[in-house]
Design a protein around this ligand. Structure first.
Ligand code: SF4
Length: 236
């Protein structure tokens, strides 16, 4: 791991450790044997040690079954950010499972990615009851966790799925149809906004704009990262 990335990870670790020490009711370790000040020897430990944390920073802690931190390649160059876990995700503790998850897998496949190559997470890590929209204070409470994930994974490109993900990451209230169709600079990382797969299931007329967004994403990915076999778009 290079020095810069290690410094960022160390800063993140110190931040959450400090939060845990100051506000024990908000974060605490699931595994009592794990020391808050322990040294982390492997990259896996350093990168995702929050998986052994329990978070109670917002009201969603009272109704969730699982915290859905995220899933995938912890060194991914492409990161996908959705809105919040739904019923199936809450039950299984994994993001994007069920019908919307299968559609997302197919979208990724269409641009030459296996799901395991990318990292997938959400703005909120816990399910809002009845899949209601995220509330502003919930987004505010949960965002530091996503920021921390972005710092530690270090994606080269981000794809947001749905209105809340796009608006939150780009810090704007603009509607999704104004945000999509172009790349945004998100703290130095190119970010593309598109529709959520669950919305696509309800609105098949959005298939074409999503296809345009993900094609553009793959072309930019090749220009920036260039670690994949040649790919050429074909009509979907
Ligand atoms: S939604 Fe985020 S901030 Fe709220 S309890 Fe879950 S992990 Fe914590």
């Amino acid at each position: 791991m290079d020095d810069d990335r290690h410094d960022v990870i160390e800063l993140s670790r110190r931040y959450i450790t400090q939060q845990a020490e100051l506000g024990g009711s908000e974060f605490f370790f699931q595994n009592a044997n794990r020391s808050l000040k322990g040294s982390f020897s492997s990259q896996q430990d350093v990168c995702f040690w929050e998986e052994s944390l329990i978070c109670r920073r917002c009201r969603l802690a009272q109704t969730r079954k699982h915290i859905v931190w995220g899933e995938g390649n912890r060194n991914a160059s492409l990161m996908l950010v959705g809105e919040a876990p739904g019923r199936e995700e809450d039950l299984q503790g994994k993001p994007f499972v069920g019908q919307a998850g299968r559609l997302l897998n197919n979208i990724l496949k269409a641009i030459g990615f296996e799901r395991k190559e990318v990292y997938i997470t959400n703005i909120l890590k816990c399910r809002p009851p009845e899949n209601r929209d995220p509330l502003p204070d919930e987004i505010k409470s949960c965002l530091p966790i996503l920021e921390d994930q972005i710092l530690r994974i270090g994606p080269k490109v981000i794809l947001t799925l749905g209105r809340y993900a796009g608006q939150t990451l780009l810090m704007t209230a603009d509607p999704l149809n104004r945000l999509r169709g172009k790349f945004h600079d998100r703290g130095g990382i190119p970010c593309r906004v598109t529709y959520h797969p669950a919305a696509l299931l309800r609105n098949p007329q959005w298939k074409r704009p999503v296809w345009e967004d993900v094609q553009a994403l793959r072309i930019l990915y090749d220009q920036i990262v260039g670690d994949k076999p040649p790919w050429s778009p074909h009509e979907k």
